[in-house]
Design a protein around this ligand. Structure first.
Ligand code: FAD
Length: 404
C-alpha cells in the first residue's frame, strides 16, 4: 500500500507506471525523470532517429497529456538517496518522497573511454537523446569517423554514418564483431556486409590514443602502431549499470542490483527492473542482467502485476533486434552456452537464421531478414519446445507445423 515511486523513466520505469494504471492501481504513482524530455524510446537513437529529420517528439512513448490523464506524476530531478527505515527517497532538489513501494529502474550509463583527449567535443557517446541529437547535428559536417567498439550500437551508428557519406573505420578488440552477443556465422555475415558498404573494420586491435590539434580530433592510434585519421570519434564500449543508489542504501549489488525471481531486492519494499537489475532466473539458472527493451518492459509488467495482487516469478522470454544498414537482425531466446549452430537459409541470399543448440535443445535463433523465423522462435521457445536440428536446417520443413 502507499505510493509507488519509480526512479528512472526509461523503458522500464515508463512501462511500470503505465501498467500499474492499466491494472487498476489507484494510489499515487511518481516517475522520477532525470532527463529533460518526456519518457522516450531509446532504440531509434542509433537507428531511424539519427538518420532522419523527425523531431524528438517522434520518440516519446506518450504525450504529456497521458501522464496528466493517468495521474502519473512525472517529477523532474534525480534521486540521490534512500532512507529505507523511513521509506523516503531524497531528490537532488531537496524534495523528499514517501513510498509504499520503491522501484529502481535506473538503467545503465556509458562506459567511458580512459584515454588522453577522450573528453574533447568530437568524441561522442550514444545512450541518451541529447547525445543522439548532438551526433545528428554534427555528422553532416564531418568527413571521417572512427568508431571504437563493434557492438550493436557502434555498428548501427557506423552504417548510418556511412549512408550519410562519411568514411568510417570501426575498431574492435575481439576477433569478430558483436562477439559477446551473436554466433560467428552472424558476425561473419555482418562483417562482410559492412565491408561491402565501404566500412573498414579492424579486429583484434585497441585504440591507444586519440590525437588532436588545437582541441580538434585528428585521428586515433591503434595498438598495432597504425593511425587512423578522423574528425569524429564515437565510443560504444558498453555500459555500466546504475547501482550506486541501491548500494549506498545498503542493498546487495554485484554486476547489477541483486533481485530475486520476483524482482525484489533484499528489502521487501524495494524492487529493481531493467538494465540495472541482476535477477535470479529459474528458467536460465543463476543470475542474469540483460540490456533490452523486452527485458525492461516485461520486468515492469511483472512488478506491476505483483503490486496489484497478482504475484508471479518473472519468467520472460528474451528477444532483441538490431538494424544495421539494410539488414535486420532479430534474436529470440538466450543463446549463451550453445555448442552447435544450424543454418536455415543461405547467408549469400541475405536472409538466413542461425538456430543455436546445446545438445538437442534449441536455445535461441538469430535471424537476418527472416522475420517469420524470428516470430516462430519466440512462439516455440515461449511454449518451452525445441525443434530437431535436422528440421531447422530443412527449408522444406514447415516451421508452423512445430507449433501445432
Ligand atoms: P533506461 O532506458 O536506461 O532508463 C533509465 C533511466 O533512469 C534513464 O533515463 C536515467 O537517466 C534514469 N536515472 C538513472 N539514475 C537515476 C536517478 N538516480 N534518478 C532519476 N533518474 C535516474 N534494446 C533492444 O531491445 N533493441 C534495440 O534495438 C536497442 N537499441 C538501443 C539503442 C541505443 C542507442 C541504446 C542506448 C539502447 C538500445 N537498446 C535496445 C537497449 C534498451 O534501450 C535498454 O535495454 C532499455 O532502455 C533499458 O530500459 P531501462 O528502463 O532499464 O533503462
Amino acid at each position: 500500500d502507499g505510493p509507488v515511486i519509480i526512479v528512472g523513466s526509461g523503458h522500464g520505469g515508463y512501462q511500470l507506471a503505465a501498467s500499474l494504471r492499466q491494472a487498476g492501481f489507484s494510489g499515487r504513482v511518481c516517475l522520477i525523470n532525470d532527463e529533460a524530455h518526456l519518457p522516450y524510446q531509446r532504440p531509434p537513437l542509433s537507428k531511424a532517429y539519427i538518420k532522419g529529420s523527425a523531431g524528438p517528439e517522434s520518440l516519446m512513448f506518450r504525450p504529456e497529456k497521458f501522464y496528466h490523464d493517468q495521474k502519473i506524476e512525472l517529477i523532474a530531478g534525480r534521486a540521490v538517496s534512500i532512507d529505507r527505515a523511513k521509506r523516503k527517497v531524497l531528490l537532488a532538489s531537496g524534495e523528499m518522497l514517501d513510498y509504499g513501494h520503491l522501484v529502481l529502474a535506473t538503467g545503465a550509463r556509458n562506459r567511458l573511454l580512459d584515454l588522453p583527449n577522450a573528453n574533447l567535443p568530437d568524441v561522442k557517446y550514444l545512450r541518451i537523446l541529447d547525445e543522439s541529437e548532438a551526433l545528428r547535428k554534427i555528422v553532416p559536417s564531418k568527413k571521417r569517423a572512427v568508431i571504437i567498439g563493434a557492438g550493436f550500437i557502434g555498428l548501427e551508428f557506423a552504417s548510418t554514418a556511412r549512408i550519410k557519406g562519411l568514411g568510417v573505420d570501426v575498431i574492435e578488440l575481439a576477433p569478430r564483431v558483436m562477439a559477446r552477443a551473436v554466433t560467428a556465422e552472424v558476425s561473419d555475415y555482418f562483417q562482410a556486409r559492412h565491408r561491402e558498404a565501404g566500412i573498414r573494420i579492424h579486429l583484434g586491435v585497441q585504440a591507444t590514443s586519440i590525437e588532436a590539434e588545437g582541441g580538434k580530433v585528428t585521428g586515433v592510434s591503434l595498438s598495432d602502431g597504425r593511425h587512423l585519421p578522423a574528425d569524429l570519434v564515437v565510443v560504444g564500449v558498453g555500459v555500466l549499470p546504475n547501482i550506486e543508489l541501491a548500494a549506498e542504501a545498503g542493498l546487495p549489488v554485484a554486476s547489477g542490483i541483486i533481485v530475486d525471481e520476483h524482482l525484489l531486492t533484499s528489502d521487501p519494499n524495494i524492487s529493481a527492473i531493467g538494465d540495472c537489475a541482476l535477477f535470479a532466473s529459474p528458467r536460465f539458472g543463476g543470475s542474469l542482467r540483460l540490456e533490452s527493451v523486452q527485458n525492461a518492459t516485461d520486468h515492469a509488467r511483472c512488478v506491476a502485476a505483483r503490486l496489484t495482487g497478482d504475484s508471479k516469478p518473472y519468467d520472460g522470454h528474451p528477444w532483441f533486434w538490431s538494424d544495421q544498414g539494410d539488414d535486420k537482425l532479430q534474436i529470440a531466446g538466450l543463446t549463451t552456452g550453445y555448442d552447435r549452430v544450424v543454418l536455415r537459409g543461405d547467408p549469400t541470399g541475405k536472409a538466413f537464421s542461425a538456430f543455436c543448440y546445446k545438445g538437442d535443445k534449441l536455445l535461441g535463433i538469430e535471424s537476418i531478414n527472416r522475420a517469420g523465423d524470428h516470430m516462430f522462435g519466440r512462439r516455440l521457445l515461449g511454449m518451452d519446445r525445441s525443434l530437431a536440428p535436422e528440421k531447422a536446417a530443412d527449408e522444406s520443413f514447415d516451421l508452423k507445423s512445430a507449433l501445432a
